[in-house]
Design a binder for this molecule. Sequence first.
Ligand code: PRT
Ligand code: ZN
Length: 213
Amino acid sequence: MDNILRIAIQKSGRLSEDSLKLIKECGIRFDNGAGKLKTSATNFPAEILFLRDDDIPGYVEDGVAHLGIVGENVSVESDRDVNTVHKLGFSKCRLSIGVLREHDYAGVQDLEGKSIATSYPKLLGKYLAENNVTAQIHEISGSVEIAPSIGLADAVCDIVSSGSTLLSNGLKEVETIFKSEAVMIASKHLTAGQQDLLDQLLFRIKSVQVAKN
Ligand code: PRT
Ligand code: ZN
Protein backbone atom coordinates (compact mmCIF):
# COMPACT_ATOMS: atom_id res chain seq x y z
CA MET A 1 0.00 0.00 0.00
CA ASP A 2 2.99 2.29 0.56
CA ASN A 3 3.60 2.86 -3.10
CA ILE A 4 0.17 3.55 -4.41
CA LEU A 5 -1.70 6.86 -4.44
CA ARG A 6 -5.42 6.75 -3.85
CA ILE A 7 -7.05 9.82 -5.42
CA ALA A 8 -10.62 10.75 -4.48
CA ILE A 9 -12.66 12.69 -7.02
CA GLN A 10 -16.33 13.65 -7.24
CA LYS A 11 -18.47 10.85 -8.63
CA SER A 12 -21.01 12.99 -10.39
CA GLY A 13 -21.34 16.75 -10.35
CA ARG A 14 -19.70 19.99 -11.38
CA LEU A 15 -16.16 18.84 -10.57
CA SER A 16 -16.29 15.37 -12.12
CA GLU A 17 -15.57 16.02 -15.77
CA ASP A 18 -12.67 18.41 -15.22
CA SER A 19 -11.17 16.19 -12.49
CA LEU A 20 -11.16 13.19 -14.84
CA LYS A 21 -9.82 15.33 -17.67
CA LEU A 22 -6.94 16.58 -15.53
CA ILE A 23 -5.95 13.06 -14.51
CA LYS A 24 -6.08 11.94 -18.15
CA GLU A 25 -4.08 14.96 -19.31
CA CYS A 26 -1.39 13.92 -16.83
CA GLY A 27 -1.06 10.78 -18.92
CA ILE A 28 -2.70 8.50 -16.36
CA ARG A 29 -4.84 5.87 -18.00
CA PHE A 30 -7.65 3.97 -16.31
CA ASP A 31 -10.96 2.34 -17.08
CA ASN A 32 -13.81 4.51 -15.79
CA GLY A 33 -16.62 2.10 -16.47
CA ALA A 34 -20.00 3.62 -15.66
CA GLY A 35 -21.13 3.24 -12.06
CA LYS A 36 -17.73 2.17 -10.74
CA LEU A 37 -16.78 3.46 -7.29
CA LYS A 38 -13.11 2.58 -7.61
CA THR A 39 -10.74 1.99 -10.49
CA SER A 40 -7.02 1.34 -10.89
CA ALA A 41 -4.72 3.21 -13.22
CA THR A 42 -2.98 1.00 -15.74
CA ASN A 43 0.25 2.97 -16.19
CA PHE A 44 0.77 4.76 -12.84
CA PRO A 45 0.56 3.38 -9.29
CA ALA A 46 -2.77 5.04 -8.51
CA GLU A 47 -6.35 4.16 -7.67
CA ILE A 48 -9.26 6.51 -8.20
CA LEU A 49 -12.20 6.62 -5.79
CA PHE A 50 -15.48 8.18 -6.92
CA LEU A 51 -17.22 9.90 -3.98
CA ARG A 52 -19.62 12.70 -3.03
CA ASP A 53 -17.60 15.89 -2.84
CA ASP A 54 -18.58 16.54 0.80
CA ASP A 55 -17.02 13.22 1.86
CA ILE A 56 -13.64 13.86 0.19
CA PRO A 57 -11.92 16.04 2.87
CA GLY A 58 -12.78 13.52 5.61
CA TYR A 59 -11.47 10.57 3.59
CA VAL A 60 -8.24 12.48 2.94
CA GLU A 61 -7.86 13.49 6.58
CA ASP A 62 -8.31 9.87 7.66
CA GLY A 63 -5.80 8.71 5.02
CA VAL A 64 -8.39 6.44 3.34
CA ALA A 65 -7.61 8.55 0.27
CA HIS A 66 -4.19 10.13 -0.08
CA LEU A 67 -5.26 12.90 -2.43
CA GLY A 68 -8.56 14.55 -3.29
CA ILE A 69 -9.92 17.03 -5.78
CA VAL A 70 -12.60 19.24 -4.26
CA GLY A 71 -13.89 22.83 -4.26
CA GLU A 72 -11.90 24.99 -1.87
CA ASN A 73 -15.25 26.10 -0.42
CA VAL A 74 -16.03 22.52 0.62
CA SER A 75 -12.51 21.86 1.89
CA VAL A 76 -12.33 25.01 4.04
CA GLU A 77 -15.88 24.58 5.36
CA SER A 78 -15.14 20.97 6.34
CA ASP A 79 -12.33 22.23 8.61
CA ARG A 80 -10.46 18.94 8.11
CA ASP A 81 -6.76 18.67 8.82
CA VAL A 82 -5.41 18.29 5.27
CA ASN A 83 -2.80 20.04 3.13
CA THR A 84 -3.96 22.12 0.15
CA VAL A 85 -1.21 21.31 -2.32
CA HIS A 86 -2.32 22.94 -5.54
CA LYS A 87 -5.00 25.18 -7.05
CA LEU A 88 -6.40 23.60 -10.19
CA GLY A 89 -8.00 26.56 -11.97
CA PHE A 90 -11.41 25.05 -12.75
CA SER A 91 -14.87 25.17 -11.10
CA LYS A 92 -14.31 28.79 -10.17
CA CYS A 93 -17.11 30.32 -8.14
CA ARG A 94 -17.68 32.56 -5.13
CA LEU A 95 -19.53 32.33 -1.85
CA SER A 96 -21.71 35.42 -1.61
CA ILE A 97 -24.42 36.98 0.49
CA GLY A 98 -27.64 37.85 -1.30
CA VAL A 99 -30.64 39.85 -0.11
CA LEU A 100 -34.05 40.52 -1.64
CA ARG A 101 -33.73 42.90 -4.59
CA GLU A 102 -36.09 45.48 -3.06
CA HIS A 103 -34.05 45.57 0.15
CA ASP A 104 -32.08 48.82 0.57
CA TYR A 105 -28.64 47.51 1.38
CA ALA A 106 -25.98 49.97 2.55
CA GLY A 107 -23.30 47.61 3.87
CA VAL A 108 -22.48 44.60 5.99
CA GLN A 109 -23.79 46.30 9.17
CA ASP A 110 -27.29 45.97 7.68
CA LEU A 111 -27.07 42.23 8.40
CA GLU A 112 -27.01 42.88 12.17
CA GLY A 113 -29.82 40.94 13.83
CA LYS A 114 -30.91 39.36 10.53
CA SER A 115 -31.23 35.65 9.73
CA ILE A 116 -29.10 34.21 6.93
CA ALA A 117 -29.72 30.82 5.31
CA THR A 118 -26.62 28.90 4.19
CA SER A 119 -24.93 25.53 3.74
CA TYR A 120 -21.66 27.18 4.78
CA PRO A 121 -22.13 28.06 8.49
CA LYS A 122 -18.41 28.07 9.34
CA LEU A 123 -17.27 30.33 6.49
CA LEU A 124 -20.24 32.65 7.08
CA GLY A 125 -19.71 32.71 10.86
CA LYS A 126 -16.07 33.66 10.37
CA TYR A 127 -16.98 36.47 7.96
CA LEU A 128 -19.64 37.88 10.29
CA ALA A 129 -17.30 37.74 13.29
CA GLU A 130 -14.55 39.53 11.33
CA ASN A 131 -17.05 42.26 10.51
CA ASN A 132 -18.44 42.49 14.07
CA VAL A 133 -21.91 41.54 12.90
CA THR A 134 -24.21 39.33 14.97
CA ALA A 135 -26.71 37.51 12.80
CA GLN A 136 -28.61 34.27 13.09
CA ILE A 137 -27.18 31.54 10.84
CA HIS A 138 -29.87 29.22 9.55
CA GLU A 139 -28.18 26.08 8.21
CA ILE A 140 -29.95 24.34 5.33
CA SER A 141 -28.50 21.80 2.95
CA GLY A 142 -30.06 22.74 -0.38
CA SER A 143 -32.30 25.18 -2.28
CA VAL A 144 -30.88 27.96 -0.13
CA GLU A 145 -31.87 30.73 -2.54
CA ILE A 146 -35.56 30.20 -2.00
CA ALA A 147 -35.34 31.02 1.75
CA PRO A 148 -35.97 34.81 1.64
CA SER A 149 -38.95 34.64 -0.73
CA ILE A 150 -40.74 32.11 1.51
CA GLY A 151 -39.92 34.04 4.68
CA LEU A 152 -37.47 31.50 6.06
CA ALA A 153 -34.58 33.97 6.28
CA ASP A 154 -33.73 37.60 5.51
CA ALA A 155 -30.68 36.77 3.41
CA VAL A 156 -28.72 33.88 1.89
CA CYS A 157 -25.07 32.96 1.70
CA ASP A 158 -24.49 30.56 -1.18
CA ILE A 159 -22.27 29.67 -4.10
CA VAL A 160 -22.63 31.98 -7.09
CA SER A 161 -21.25 31.47 -10.55
CA SER A 162 -23.18 33.38 -13.24
CA GLY A 163 -25.55 35.01 -10.74
CA SER A 164 -28.66 33.84 -12.57
CA THR A 165 -29.95 31.68 -9.68
CA LEU A 166 -29.89 34.67 -7.33
CA LEU A 167 -31.61 36.78 -9.97
CA SER A 168 -34.37 34.28 -10.66
CA ASN A 169 -35.12 34.09 -6.93
CA GLY A 170 -35.53 37.86 -6.63
CA LEU A 171 -32.16 38.32 -4.92
CA LYS A 172 -29.16 40.59 -5.44
CA GLU A 173 -25.56 39.81 -4.58
CA VAL A 174 -24.28 42.22 -1.92
CA GLU A 175 -21.09 40.71 -0.45
CA THR A 176 -18.55 38.18 -1.71
CA ILE A 177 -17.09 36.38 1.28
CA PHE A 178 -14.91 33.70 -0.32
CA LYS A 179 -13.48 33.04 -3.81
CA SER A 180 -13.15 29.39 -4.71
CA GLU A 181 -11.82 27.00 -7.32
CA ALA A 182 -11.03 23.29 -7.42
CA VAL A 183 -7.99 22.38 -5.32
CA MET A 184 -5.92 19.29 -4.75
CA ILE A 185 -5.77 18.31 -1.10
CA ALA A 186 -3.41 15.75 0.40
CA SER A 187 -3.22 13.68 3.55
CA LYS A 188 -0.72 14.85 6.15
CA HIS A 189 0.43 11.26 6.61
CA LEU A 190 1.92 10.28 3.26
CA THR A 191 4.76 7.77 3.19
CA ALA A 192 7.99 8.79 1.46
CA GLY A 193 6.92 6.69 -1.55
CA GLN A 194 3.53 8.40 -1.74
CA GLN A 195 5.11 11.84 -1.40
CA ASP A 196 7.38 10.97 -4.30
CA LEU A 197 4.37 9.93 -6.42
CA LEU A 198 2.56 13.15 -5.44
CA ASP A 199 5.60 15.18 -6.54
CA GLN A 200 5.58 13.38 -9.92
CA LEU A 201 1.86 14.05 -10.29
CA LEU A 202 2.20 17.74 -9.35
CA PHE A 203 5.01 18.11 -11.88
CA ARG A 204 2.72 16.71 -14.58
CA ILE A 205 -0.21 18.91 -13.48
CA LYS A 206 1.95 22.05 -13.57
CA SER A 207 3.23 21.09 -17.04
CA VAL A 208 -0.35 20.68 -18.27
CA GLN A 209 -1.28 24.08 -16.79
CA VAL A 210 1.77 25.80 -18.33
CA ALA A 211 0.98 24.26 -21.73
CA LYS A 212 -2.55 25.71 -21.56
CA ASN A 213 -1.43 29.26 -20.73
O1 PRT B 1 -23.41 15.16 -5.17
P1 PRT B 1 -22.28 15.91 -4.59
O2 PRT B 1 -22.45 16.18 -3.10
O3 PRT B 1 -20.95 15.28 -4.93
O4 PRT B 1 -22.25 17.32 -5.34
P2 PRT B 1 -22.89 18.74 -4.95
O5 PRT B 1 -24.25 18.81 -5.54
O6 PRT B 1 -22.71 19.02 -3.49
O7 PRT B 1 -21.88 19.74 -5.67
P3 PRT B 1 -21.87 20.35 -7.15
O8 PRT B 1 -21.50 19.29 -8.13
O9 PRT B 1 -23.10 21.14 -7.41
O10 PRT B 1 -20.67 21.40 -6.98
C1 PRT B 1 -19.38 20.98 -6.73
C2 PRT B 1 -18.49 22.21 -6.58
O11 PRT B 1 -18.52 22.97 -7.80
C3 PRT B 1 -18.89 23.22 -5.52
O12 PRT B 1 -18.50 22.85 -4.20
C4 PRT B 1 -18.16 24.47 -6.00
O13 PRT B 1 -16.82 24.43 -5.58
C5 PRT B 1 -18.18 24.33 -7.53
N1 PRT B 1 -19.16 25.19 -8.21
C6 PRT B 1 -18.87 26.00 -9.27
C7 PRT B 1 -20.47 25.33 -7.94
C8 PRT B 1 -20.99 26.26 -8.86
N2 PRT B 1 -19.97 26.65 -9.68
C9 PRT B 1 -22.39 26.60 -8.82
N3 PRT B 1 -22.84 27.42 -9.62
N4 PRT B 1 -21.28 24.76 -7.01
C10 PRT B 1 -22.58 25.07 -6.99
N5 PRT B 1 -23.17 25.96 -7.84
C11 PRT B 1 -24.65 26.16 -7.65
C12 PRT B 1 -24.96 27.07 -6.45
O14 PRT B 1 -25.09 26.30 -5.27
C13 PRT B 1 -26.26 27.71 -6.85
O15 PRT B 1 -27.37 26.89 -6.54
O16 PRT B 1 -25.21 26.77 -8.77
C14 PRT B 1 -26.14 27.79 -8.36
C15 PRT B 1 -25.60 29.15 -8.72
O17 PRT B 1 -25.14 29.19 -10.03
P4 PRT B 1 -25.38 30.50 -10.96
O18 PRT B 1 -24.58 30.25 -12.20
O19 PRT B 1 -26.85 30.58 -11.20
O20 PRT B 1 -24.86 31.69 -10.17
ZN1 ZN C 1 -21.85 17.90 -2.17
